[in-house]
Every structure is written in C-alpha cells, then in structure tokens.
Ligand binder design. Structure first.
Ligand code: SF4
Length: 551
C-alpha cells in the first residue's frame, strides 16, 4: 500500500490531483483530531523522600509475613529510621482497593493498595491532617514479582492515593529484582548501605526460620496455644535485638530455648500440605488467602510453607541465567540491563554465585541457631531442569517455572501428601499459564493430590470446602502411611508411646525425625522403633538410679 506522502511526491501527479489529495489529507486529519497540538499525558511525580526529611518522617512497612514485617521495621529502626508496621491486609482493604483502583487488576494489587488507603484513613481518623500524613509518612513495601501486572503497581498506588484524597503520598517499592525505587521519584531518604541490606537480610531470613519452626511445631503441640505464645515471645526478642542492633544469633538462640519449652506429641498421623503458588497469595497470612495456613492447621494438617529465601534464590538464578544467555550477544546488548560496555560477564556470574552461597550460608546459620533441623533450601538448577520439559525456563512472571518445578520435586522427594497452589483472581502467570501446565503434570502423576485454588476475596466458603474435600484424601493417605509404619516396626502404638515417653527427643519441639516417609508422625514411628538399643540402656540406667536413690 502506498502512503499519502509518497503519492504526493509522485512527479506524474497533475496540479488538480495534488490539490484534491492535499484537501483529502486535511479533512482526514481534522476528522481524527490530528490538526491540533495535543499535549501528551505524563504522570506527575510527587515529592521525593529526602535525607533532610528523615528525622520527621515515619516509614510504614507491610507486604510480607507478619514476623518479617515486624523484623524489617525493627531492623530499620536499628538503622536509624522511624519505622512502624502496617497491619496485614484484610477484606476491608480489598474493598477499598477495588473502590479506588483501576478495573481488571489482580487481587494482590487490590489488597495492598487498599490496605494503604485504609491505613491512611485510620491515621486521619486519629486526628492527623491529610497534609501531615502526606508530608510526614512514607510507605515501604515489596514491589514487582515479574513482568505481569505488578509492573503497574506504581501507577496503581498513585491513582488510588490520588482518588482517595492523598495525592502526593510517597510510596517506595523494594523491587524483587534487588533495587529499591520510589513510586514517586528517586529515593534519597533511604540509604542503600550495609546497615540497610543487613536489615533486609536479618528480617527476611530471621522471619523465615521462625515461621518454619512455628508451622512445624504447632500441629503437634500438647497444650493448645503453647506454640503461638512461644512465637510471640520470640518475635518480641527479635524485635528488641534488631532495634538495639544486637546479635541476631544470640536472639535466635534465645528463641530456640523458648520454642524448646513447647511439649509435642508427634505420634499422630497428620497430612503434610505444601502451599505453593503466586508469591503474595502464598505468603500473606490474612484474608488475601482466606487465612489458608491457619485453616489447614485447624483441619488437622501440618503446613509446609515457602520461605522468602526461596524467592531470593530464584531471583539470583534468573539473574545468573540471563547474564549467561546475554553474554553471547555482548556487543549488541545495549539495553538498560545489557552487557555492552560493561565488565566481563563471568565476573557478574561469579558475583551471583557468591551471593547464592552467602544466602545459603546465612540461612543455614540462622537455622542452626534457632534449632531448625533437616530443612533444605531448594537447588534452583534442579528445579529448573525438572520444570523445563513442561514450562519453559525463559517464561517469566509470577513464580515462573518454579510452581511446576516444585510439584515435580515433590513427586521425586515426597515432601508433602498434598499440594495447594494458591493464585489470586486475575493473576496472569499463575492461573493463566502455570495452572494450564499443571493439568498435564497432574495427569502424568495421577497419584498427586494437587489442589489449585483461586482467591478472589469472596467465595471463602467455596474455597475452604474444596480444600476440605481434597484434604480428606490427604488425611486418609497420612493415616494409611502411619498405620503401615507402625505395622512395619512390629510394635504396638502403646509400646511406641512408652518409648516416646522414655526418649526426650520424641517430645522435644526442636527435634525433627529424619525424613524417610512423608508424614512427621510416620517418621517418628520409624525413629522410635530404631532407637530400641539406646532406649534400653537409658531405661536400665534410670532403673539403676531409682534403685540407688531408694537404698
Ligand atoms: S504474579 Fe499474578 S497476582 Fe502477582 S502481580 Fe503478577 S499478575 Fe498479579
């Protein structure tokens, strides 16, 4: 097709033909509104958070688990900032998010944006003027998880805040790709120095090990509520230490003693349920996923969570893989994150590998300090290899290939009786792409109990009853495994209970029986059966001590 400019340049045109064509072009331009100067819309940047404002500015933190939000607030207070923790988003936050957000967003957007609006309204109802809220408060939260709707979070926050009457309120996003940026300009009030990154690391990893301990101990506690009470004491200890910039290892060690006081009875068959899915939906502990973790525990399950550390390892894996792939195009790779004109790619890869090893090292050190036994961080290369046949490793957004890789890893290593994949309503990568692939994976592994659920804020009862139905099968499987374990030992359950009473490890919250079968109860049975010789000696010693004290 020939365009009008080319036609007008044609020397064979007569003067009349040219005039007619020019008149036609003018008419069309007028009809399309192209004959006027149009001012393009640009987002107006709100004031930045400057260093000079720091002493009179309160940072509000939210977006991860409650422990991690508390620890991050405390660690940043320790680094010299005035920081408070915002509550976990609830259904009221969702309602406000929908009221002030754009149509067609995914659930985490509505929950997190609405939570901020709700919180600012609360500050206002407590007597602060809007201008003071805008001038003296900043929100710091997790940012993008991939090339999906998270990419528009910045604009969403601005729009919702503007429409709710808080135009100019400052929001800073900790990009999950490592950087921190301000939704309303470049940050200056936050200094990205060693104390800041140390605060992040301590909060994320310290929260991870404490969360894992809680989910491990709670299902088997003898006294209801004892674990929660111990976890509360641990949180207070950690907050105090992080604020005072004390030794986190000492704090974790003290937490270990608190947790060790909880008495447990692991000789119970409970299904292990692994929660995977979209990052925010599987991490939040409130209405955002219908309090799924607590619901499962109430239904008699042991919950297996995904620590934030897994996500950090995935980000390092992505960065390493992309660097390696881009290094073959070095000279042409002049995009913003490209390698053209930068140092040798191998140095970047080496740096990322050192970061990965460092992350493993710090997590394992924290785990050892708090008494977390037998927890292994995933090998991201292995997860990627497992997933690649079904889900291309180059596909990014949400959890990328990780959801599929985690399911296949569970097929191989039997970590859980059942897997729940949580995805927020409207999530493109997780429900649109990953779930489609999972249907093939589950068809190939018919033995899997896989339950994908979509969280939309409403429909709680439907989701919970769906989970209950699948959980029934997982209960049966855990019970059969437990009974078979007991049968295989040739001992009665009463005898195993007698042995458990004699073996301090069996009632210790910190102990974790070696992973042989899926269920913790079944593993405890096997461990007690194998400990006969040691227990026999212990019993004889105890008998001897009793005889000596009686004589
Ligand atoms: S991964 Fe899904 S839920 Fe999360 S931000 Fe992207 S589109 Fe939304």
């Amino acid at each position: 097709m020939t365009d009008l400019t080319t036609l007008l340049d044609d020397p064979r045109l007569s003067a009349d033909e040219r005039a007619a064509l020019e008149a036609f072009a003018r008419e069309e331009a007028a009809a399309l509104g192209l004959d006027r100067d149009v001012e393009q819309w640009t987002e107006r940047a709100a004031p930045t958070f400057t260093r000079e404002q720091r002493s009179r500015t309160t940072l509000w933190v939210a977006g991860l688990t409650w422990s991690q939000d508390l620890f991050l607030s405390a660690a940043l207070r320790g680094a010299g900032y005035d920081v408070q923790t915002m509550p976990v988003p609830d259904n009221e936050a969702l309602r406000l998010g929908k009221e002030f957000g754009n149509r067609g967003q995914c659930n985490p957007t509505y929950f997190t944006v609405g939570n901020l609006v709700k919180h600012l309204r609360r500050l206002e109802s407590e007597g602060l003027t809007r201008q003071r809220i805008i001038d003296e408060h900043v929100f710091l939260t997790a940012g993008a998880c991939g090339p999906c709707r998270f990419g528009t979070y910045v604009t969403e926050y601005r729009k919702a805040l503007r429409d709710a009457g808080f135009d100019g309120f400052r929001v800073m996003l900790m990009e999950q790709k490592g950087a921190v940026r301000q939704a309303t300009g470049e940050p200056q009030g936050l200094e990205f120095n060693l104390p800041f990154y140390r605060a992040l690391l301590q909060a994320f990893l310290g929260g991870d090990v404490l969360n894992i301990m809680g989910y491990r101990i709670r299902p088997y506690e003898v006294e209801p509520g004892a674990t929660d009470a111990a976890i509360e004491r641990c949180r207070a200890l950690m907050v105090e230490t992080l604020e005072a910039r004390g030794s986190i290892f000492k704090a974790l060690w003290r937490c270990r003693r608190e947790l060790d006081r909880v008495q447990v009875d692991r000789l119970r068959p409970k299904p292990v349920v692994s929660i995977i899915g979209e990052f925010w939906a599987m991490t939040t502990e409130g209405d955002g996923n219908y309090e799924l973790q607590r619901f499962l525990e109430q239904e008699g399950a042991e919950v297996h969570i995904q620590p934030i550390t897994n996500w950090l390892l995935y980000l390092l894996w992505v960065a390493r893989r992309d660097t390696q792939r881009r290094s073959t195009l070095r000279e042409d790779d002049d995009a913003r994150a490209g390698l053209a004109g930068k140092g040798a790619a191998w140095k970047t890869v080496l740096g990322l590998e050192v970061a990965r090893l460092g992350l493993h090292g710090v997590f394992n050190a924290f785990a050892a300090a708090i008494g977390l036994e037998g927890w292994h961080l995933p090998d991201m290369d292995h997860i990627a290899r497992l997933a690649d046949e079904h889900y291309d490793n180059e596909l990014r957004g949400g959890e990328g290939h990780m959801e599929v890789g985690k399911v296949l890893d569970n097929v191989d290593n039997r970590h859980a009786h059942m897997i729940i994949s949580v995805k927020p309503f409207g999530c493109m990568p997780s429900s649109g792409v990953s779930d489609g692939v999972q249907s093939l994976v589950t068809a190939r592994h018919a033995d899997l109990i896989f339950c994908p659920i979509e969280t939309s804020g409403d429909g709680k009862v439907n989701v919970q009853s769906r989970v209950q139905m699948m959980l029934f099968r997982a209960h049966e499987r855990a019970r059969a495994e437990f009974d078979e374990a007991v049968r295989s030992t040739g001992l009665s359950l009463d005898e195993l209970r007698r042995r458990a009473a004699d073996d301090p490890r069996a009632t210790r919250a910190l102990h974790h029986p070696r992973h042989q079968l899926v269920g913790t109860g079944a593993n405890q049975v096997l461990e007690l059966a194998a400990s006969q010789g040691r227990l026999g000696v212990r019993r004889r010693l105890r008998k001897l001590a009793r005889a000596l004290s009686a004589s």
